[in-house]
Ligand binder design. Sequence first.
Ligand code: MF3
Ligand code: CO
Ligand code: CO
Length: 254
Amino acid sequence: MGNETITLLSSREIDKMRQAGKLAAQLLEHLGTMVQPGISTHELDQEAEKWTQAHGAKSAPLGYHGFPRSICTSVNEVICHGIPNKKQILRDGDIINIDVTPTLDGYHGDTSKTFLVGNPSPEAKKLVEVTEECMYRGINVVRPGGRIGDIGAAIQEYAEGHGYSVVRNFVGHGIGRIFHAPPQVPHYGKKGTGKKLRPGMVFTIEPMINIGTWESELLDDGWTALTKDRKLSAQFEHTITVTRDGVEILTVDK
Ligand code: MF3
Ligand code: CO
Ligand code: CO
């Protein structure tokens, strides 16, 4: 996919990414403790902005290609890029993906999780569990000498094995001082195909998995992507780097 150059980060830069990634993980964890029936997605967004500023960081989504808020909040059939809204109140049984991307000293930490609101249906819980496992299966095949296609193949096999579909038109991405950089990282594909993985590459793995069709629609707001059949979608995301002997997850609080 693409012939653009993939930037390899130095160990000094990877350390900056570790610090940004740690902050992103802490922010996501903090917002997760607030998720409960009755809270609005606007309140989550406000807290994210306040927390981010208090930690000396900035919210990359705010103003990014005109995105109006500091985080993305994608509820139920929303695949990604949901916009926090005062009128959107979480209800018992919802699932919500919160996607945060603070920048610290110019470096981005991009991570998301799908949280359960109260007690969702067994069907919804299963989707969320399988989607998280999809992300880890994608991460666990990353190694120098491997290929980008190995990641999508591992994710697609596991998702489709559960009867789910993999979203095609949103992909993982290179990241560093730039939010969205080469390479593109599809969450479907063929093992042994695509760009070769090299130490110092940094990118996200962020599978979006649907119960029904993988096809999406975009709302009139220009951002909110939802499933064409309005069935549920879940997503998990980590920022990772290829190391000399495998992979390191950067968006962890360690
Ligand atoms: N964090 C999202 C991603 O994983 C991107 C959000 S861009 C925004 O790539 F503009 F919608 F915020
Ligand atoms: Co991302
Ligand atoms: Co993200």
